[in-house]
Design a protein around this ligand. Structure first.
Ligand code: PMP
Length: 393
């Protein structure tokens, strides 16, 4: 039986990480991997998370099962941060194993509720989106996101595609800090997306993996809240990997919002039936840490301060790289790097350019030219700019 297994596509980003590790050059720069990096190249544990963990280890008396939905207090506190209190209080919710686990539970929930649903993904999108939704047995479609130059949102094209959809369709939206493009809608465009969803009757499905990494927490969540406030039903998968630095702990949650109270229990039962089928219940530890931070005013304030400093570093790196490019001959036209949000920008480099960037300059980017702007030290901006202009100028 194993011989007939379809060959799995190797994960391009994991392969790139391995290549980076093996590269002996001491001045190599990793703009490939999708994690936050500080100025020393580290992906730190948040101070507040560390403090919460010490308390938790000291106080925890059992490791017995938590229950099918996981830790509902964690889900509620995180949901209130992301959705705001009113929408969170109108949502069914379960904890999940990271954002990826949340997306899979959400996809299986859609399949359970309406198996003929087609899920529409933006082009481009995070490569694991098609994997996850197809893996859950759903049909896929795509809608345009970028303009011809690949650097800004083509809102007219996206809106035109979304106008053609209706009941039986679900639309995956990156709630903020679109991966891989860094290109997000304006508040007005989010309102328009909400109006289209309400008029056409398709289901908005949000992937919220980077709250706090864009403009600020409230603005990063505002577009999603606007859309969800306009429609009868919506789904959201949340990840705590980046904004609580909990990557390996696999902390996340799924939210099913319905304006109709009588449907909330059905949604809760459906979510729990799906988790039961996949892993019975999610890992506890990461969610317990998030709950401990959000429950404690001092820890929560410190978490917010550290997240703000991270966001400011990301946006300072964006400005530094755009300015270093603009200061060099032929470096005009890269201002979009400073305008985009989150850790990623898509530079529109072809394979040969990405290879040359890595081989000649020791600068690692993902095929297609996705770069993690948090992967460089601010002092490296000029070197990265020179390398980019050498390959693409
Ligand atoms: N969605 C997007 C857009 C992502 O970039 C990621 C992480 N790279 C995730 C979801 C999932 O994150 P995790 O499973 O690590 O929480």
């Amino acid at each position: 039986m194993f011989e007939t297994l379809p060959k799995a596509e190797p994960d391009a980003i994991l392969a790139l990480m391995a290549r980076f590790r093996e590269d002996p050059r001491t001045d190599k720069i990793d703009l490939g991997v999708g994690v936050y990096r500080d100025e020393t190249g580290a992906t730190p544990i948040f101070r507040a998370v560390q403090a919460a963990e010490e308390r938790l280890v000291a106080a925890q008396t059992t490791k017995t099962y938590v229950g099918l939905p996981g830790d509902l207090k964690f889900c509620r506190l995180l949901g209130e941060e992301l959705l705001g209190r009113p929408l969170a209080s109108e949502s069914a919710m379960v904890q999940a194993a990271g954002g990826s686990g949340a997306l899979y539970i959400l996809a299986a929930f859609i399949r359970r509720a309406a198996p003929a649903t087609r899920v529409w993904l933006p082009t481009p999108t995070w490569p694991n989106h098609p994997n996850l939704f197809r893996g859950a047995g759903l049909a896929l479609g795509d809608y345009p996101w970028l303009d011809r130059a690949g650097r800004a949102l083509d809102f007219a094209a996206a809106a035109e595609a979304l106008e053609k959809l209706g009941p039986g369709d679900a639309v995956l939206l990156h709630a903020c800090c679109h991966n891989p493009t860094g290109v997000d809608p304006t508040p007005e465009q989010w309102a328009e997306i909400g109006a289209i969803a309400a008029r056409r009757g398709w289901l908005p499905v949000f992937d919220m993996a980077y709250a706090g990494f864009g403009d600020d927490w409230e603005r990063d969540c505002a577009g999603m809240r606007t859309v969800i406030g306009r429609v009868p039903e919506a789904l959201m998968a949340a990840s705590c990997s980046k904004n609580f630095g909990l990557y390996r702990e696999r902390a996340g949650a799924v939210y099913a919002h319905t304006a109709e109270p009588s449907r909330r229990q059905a949604a809760q039962d459906g979510l729990e039936a799906v988790t039961r089928m996949v892993y019975s219940m999610p890992p506890d530890h990461g969610g317990a840490l998030v709950r401990a931070v959000l429950e404690d005013a001092d820890l929560a304030a410190d978490w917010r301060a550290e997240l703000t400093a991270m966001r400011e570093r990301i946006n300072a790196n964006r400005r530094a790289l755009a300015e270093a490019l603009a200061a060099r001959p032929g470096g005009q036209g890269w201002g979009f790097i400073a305008e985009q949000r989150g850790i990623f920008s898509l530079l529109g480099l072809d394979r040969a350019q990405v290879d040359r960037l890595r081989e000649v300059h020791g600068v690692y980017a993902v095929a297609g030219g996705r770069v993690n702007v948090a992967g460089m030290r601010i002092g490296d901006a000029d070197r990265v700019a020179a390398a980019l202009l050498d390959v693409a100028g």
